[in-house]
Design a protein around this ligand. Structure first.
Ligand code: FMN
Length: 371
């Protein structure tokens, strides 16, 4: 038995293996609502054999979208559209499905990556004024966001709660709060984006205050049976920015508030970041968090090979691995990993006949018959 294919848990959520499909924005929604692309994209990933499928960063408000095409879950139409997608997945796959809830903060009002990804300047069609901890633009020359005042903070908090309740009502198996990649919650954490001089800025405790308030409010609103965890950036990769010691302090604070897991990514808050990109480059950050807390930890970032994923889990550096690009490139990655590692995986019965001869025991429950 490989460790990668051992069952594990995120709090109350039992998962068949330790492969997580990472959240991946598709920038293909209309007014926040999922459409045909989401059926195709999530539909085929739901057949991947991964233990958990995470739906892309889903905005808690229209102004919290990164681009006009971001998925949202802030109104009834968004909820009805996602309900249809989830129903299609549920009726064809046993995969567990989580949703990542997000607010883009000062990175809002952007173009899709395939349109260049730049900020849409204020006044141009599709633009809107972003909100953030401080009126500091992400990059020089960009329109600065509006700094959130007390009413604005309360609205963001309430939006996270309302969206989490919609996700719960839809029957998602878990909720991941996005506090990584330079989006709003990370902007509060990082001294690069947070220049406030009130109780939400300055010291580490002050910078963690708003993300922790959001976590607490969401946790309190959900039933205790609803798994809730947080994705963090383990470092900004910028001198003087958010770092791994701060991440550990944040993870400990989350653990104390009933968080079920920590998903460790990195970067995103500053164009000055110097990321040492390479295979498994964020795994040491996950391992540092794992060593410091008593919660499951998910590692992510250029984990592309079955043996590499197995080693991350078997060494105890993390409890699970998340894959993004490798899953797009090869949506049956978990099947191929199971074949390589001598494990078994769930595949839809319609596809059982594809099981290669040399992996005669690959698909769980597979039966072949004809007359
Ligand atoms: C197309 C695409 C969309 C992404 N969207 C999100 C997102 O919605 N939320 C998020 O936290 N990370 C997002 N990411 C980052 C991935 O979740 C992941 O952390 C990153 O790609 C590194 O993992 P990988 O090397 O396996 O791709 C995205 C990545 C890609 C390639």
């Amino acid at each position: 038995m490989t460790r990668l294919f051992e069952p594990w848990r995120i709090g109350p959520l039992a998962l068949a293996n330790r492969i997580v499909v990472a959240p991946m924005c598709q920038y293909s929604a209309v007014e926040g609502s999922a459409g045909d692309w989401h059926f195709i994209h999530l539909g085929h990933l739901a057949l991947s054999g991964a233990g958990l499928l995470t739906v892309e960063a889903t905005a808690v408000s229209a102004e919290g979208r990164i681009t006009p095409g971001d998925l949202g879950l802030y109104d009834d139409a968004n909820e009805a559209a996602l309900a249809r997608v989830l129903k299609a997945i549920r009726s064809n796959s046993p995969i567990k499905v989580a949703i990542q809830l997000a607010h883009a903060g000062r990175k809002a009002s952007s173009r899709a990556p395939w349109e260049g990804g730049a900020q849409i300047p204020l006044g141009e069609p599709g633009s809107w004024r972003a909100v953030a901890p401080s009126a500091v633009a992400h990059s020089p020359g960009e329109d600065a966001p509006a700094a959130l005042d007390a009413a604005g903070l309360a609205k963001v908090r309430d939006d996270f709660v309302a969206t989490a309740l919609r996700a719960e009502r839809l029957g998602f198996d878990g909720i991941e709060l996005h506090a990584a990649h330079g989006y709003l919650l990370h902007q509060f954490l990082s001294p690069i984006a947070n220049r406030r001089d009130d109780e939400y800025g300055g010291s580490l405790g002050n910078r963690m205050r708003f993300p922790l308030e959001v976590f607490e409010a969401v946790r309190a609103a959900l039933p205790s049976s609803m798994p809730l965890w947080v994705r963090v950036s383990g470092t900004d990769w910028v001198e003087g920015g958010w770092d791994i010691e701060s991440t550990i302090a944040f993870a400990r604070a989350l653990q104390g508030r009933g968080c079920h897991a920590i998903h460790v990514s990195s970067g995103g808050v500053s164009a000055q970041q110097k990321i040492p990109v390479g295979p498994g480059y964020q795994v040491p950050l996950a391992a540092a968090v794992k060593a410091a807390i008593d919660l499951p930890v998910i590692a992510v970032g250029l984990i592309t090979e079955a043996e590499q994923a197995e080693a991350v889990v078997a060494s105890g550096e993390a409890d699970a691995v998340a894959l993004a690009r490798a899953m797009l490139y090869d949506p049956r990655w978990p099947w191929h990993a199971a074949a390589k590692l001598g494990a078994r995986v769930q595949a839809p019965h319609q596809y059982w006949r594809s099981q290669p001869r040399e992996f005669a025991d690959l698909f769980e429950h597979a039966r072949f018959g004809a007359r």
